[in-house]
Write a protein that binds this ligand. Structure first.
Ligand SMILES: Nc1ncnc2c1ncn2[C@@H]1O[C@H](COP(=O)(O)OP(=O)(O)OP(=O)(O)O)[C@@H](O)[C@H]1O
Ligand SMILES: [Mg+2]
Length: 180
């Protein structure tokens, strides 16, 4: 299942991440692709807010993976941790496990930036999230590069996602038909 959603600004991207967090479960894997500055980290910040995890989600470029532990909810329960990975420096998910994070990946929501091309083969169930600038190809104004609309393409792969309603504007939205 592949669907698309327009994200007019950075807050829209964060809000979509917050909404997606509501359907996530321990063990989920999200693979984020898109050019430099496409909004992968911005979306992950929304996930962190929605999951209610500790710490500021930032670009993980200088660390391989950062774990954000869950904060207790008002009722005392905790959701999954968020493991935020920069796949630029990694060869496999086994290497993430080898980092010996406090929570195992099957207890966490794992988000891999730049995971396209290798993470896919390692998990049967995953959400592939690709962010693109609709007007920002090569030669686009540098100032424009940080601003403006993104198009998010969501590909839900595996049994895990069958019947799962993704946030508004994605699953079942009219724009689904456009790119079919
Ligand atoms: N619709 C939008 N969605 C997301 N970010 C946007 C949007 N419009 C503008 N921005 C801005 O674009 C930048 C996106 O940066 P971000 O670090 O999230 O990208 P990234 O894909 O993680 O980059 P990198 O490849 O360097 O990790 C931010 O400055 C953000 O405010
Ligand atoms: Mg980033």
């Amino acid at each position: 299942m592949t669907t698309q959603v327009r994200l007019p600004d950075a807050e829209a991207t964060r809000a979509w991440g917050r909404a997606l967090a509501g359907v996530l479960k321990p063990g989920d894997l999200l693979v984020l692709t898109g050019d430099l500055g496409a909004g992968k980290t911005t979306l992950t910040q929304g996930l962190g807010e929605g999951l209610g995890v500790r710490g500021q989600v930032a670009s993980p470029t200088f660390v391989i993976a950062r774990e954000h532990p869950p904060l207790p909810r008002p009722d005392g329960t905790r959701g999954p941790a968020l493991v935020h990975v920069d796949a630029y420096r990694l060869g496999s998910l086994d290497e993430i496990e080898a980092l010996d994070l406090d929570s195992a990946l099957d207890e966490s929501v794992t988000v891999v930036e730049w995971g396209g091309g290798w993470v896919e083969g390692l998990s049967e169930d995953r959400l592939e999230l690709d962010l693109q600038r609709p007007h920002g190809g090569v030669g686009a104004d540098v100032e424009d590069a940080a601003a403006g609309e993104r198009v998010l393409t969501v590909r839900a792969v595996g049994e895990r996602w069958s019947g799962v309603a993704l946030p508004d504007g994605v699953a079942g939205a009219p724009q689904d038909e456009e790119d079919a």
